[in-house]
Design a protein around this ligand. Structure first.
Ligand code: B12
Length: 252
């Protein structure tokens, strides 16, 4: 088992010691950062600090040094956002600070997006993606979109606060066989189920495979609302979309 002293970055160690209280979260966070390189820890630290200039510079430098875009995404950006999420939940920081961290996340993503989105292969299928009505969180959805594009999917991004009608119109307009919905709030999660019901009402449910995701969403919730699949992260999102294409009639 990794120890906090396996983490090279002083700021990350202090953040864990000062702000994390749940034993399992402490263990998980230490494991994540102990296996990350010092350069990735520095990116995460700058993100936690809401310093978009430094995230921008360090991400560019890491790519220049040959670090894989996926490693930067997982060990730097997402790992940093994990600590931000815990501090926000425990009221150590508030919306303005989280917005600064989100801006820093986007500064890093701007560098890795062209790499992850550039598949260089023939398009393999079309996916509609959006964050559900009432929900403005788009970081996770955007990561999924990058990875889908990198895997060769054509993705139409409906953005945030997407209504049932907007999802239906997009699926019809682009004749998309796959729809992905993201939700980060327990209050907006039910809008996924409402959207699925709207597809049923329009007699379009058989035309599209629907996958769902977002931090509070679970496999059980996805099953209960009648989704075809649930993905815990961007890699799972791509895997699901590929499965839907390869065997469209199977249950997932
Ligand atoms: C950043 C953030 C914000 C930013 C959003 C900026 C942006 N452009 O997205 C801002 C500051 C705007 C914000 C606002 C609010 N937020 Co907020 N936010 C967060 C935070 C800290 C991080 C979310 C994030 O980006 N995570 C990183 C990404 C990479 O992870 P992810 O989104 O889960 O996505 C991954 C997977 O879930 C999956 N995935 C995502 N979508 C999909 C879709 C498919 C199809 C698939 C297969 C997979 C998949 O793949 C992704 C990549 O790996 C979370 C904390 C948390 N633990 O999640 C709170 C959190 C979600 N927010 C919360 C709250 C309460 C709010 C506000 C209500 C606060 C307020 N008082 O105003 C508002 C709501 C605004 C609104 N109407 O949406 C709560 C929600 C609690 C709850 N039970 O519902 C959380 C959990 C914080 C907490 N209290 O613990 N927030």
């Amino acid at each position: 088992m990794a120890s906090i002293n396996d983490i090279a970055n002083d700021f990350i160690r202090e953040e864990i010691e000062e702000f994390l209280e749940e034993p399992d979260e402490i263990t998980r966070t230490i494991e994540i950062f102990a296996q990350a390189t010092p350069a990735m820890q520095d990116i995460a630290a700058a993100l936690i600090d809401g310093d978009h200039h430094t995230v921008d510079e360090l991400t560019e430098a890491a790519l220049g040094d040959g670090t894989e875009a996926l490693e930067i995404m997982d060990d730097g950006l997402i790992a940093g956002m994990g600590i931000v999420g815990i501090k926000f939940r425990e009221n150590f920081i508030f919306v303005p600070e989280v917005l600064a961290c989100a801006r820093a996340m986007k500064a890093g993503m701007a560098h890795i997006e062209p790499i992850l989105s550039d598949s260089g292969i023939q398009p393999i299928g079309t996916v509609i993606m959006g964050t559900v009505k009432g929900d403005l969180h788009d970081i996770g959805k955007n990561l999924c979109i990058m990875m889908l594009r990198g895997a060769g999917f054509v993705v139409y991004d409906l953005g945030v606060d997407t209504s049932e009608d907007e999802f239906i119109e997009a699926v019809e307009e682009y004749e998309a066989p796959i729809l992905g919905m993201s939700a980060l709030l327990t209050t907006t999660m039910p809008n996924m189920g409402k959207t699925i019901d709207a597809f049923i009402d329009e007699d379009l449910r058989e035309e599209v495979k629907i996958m769902v995701g977002g931090a509070p969403v679970t496999q059980t919730f996805a099953d209960d609302m009648g989704a075809d699949g649930y993905g815990k992260d961007a890699l799972a999102c791509v895997a699901l979309a590929k499965q839907f294409l390869e065997a469209p009639d199977e249950e997932w």
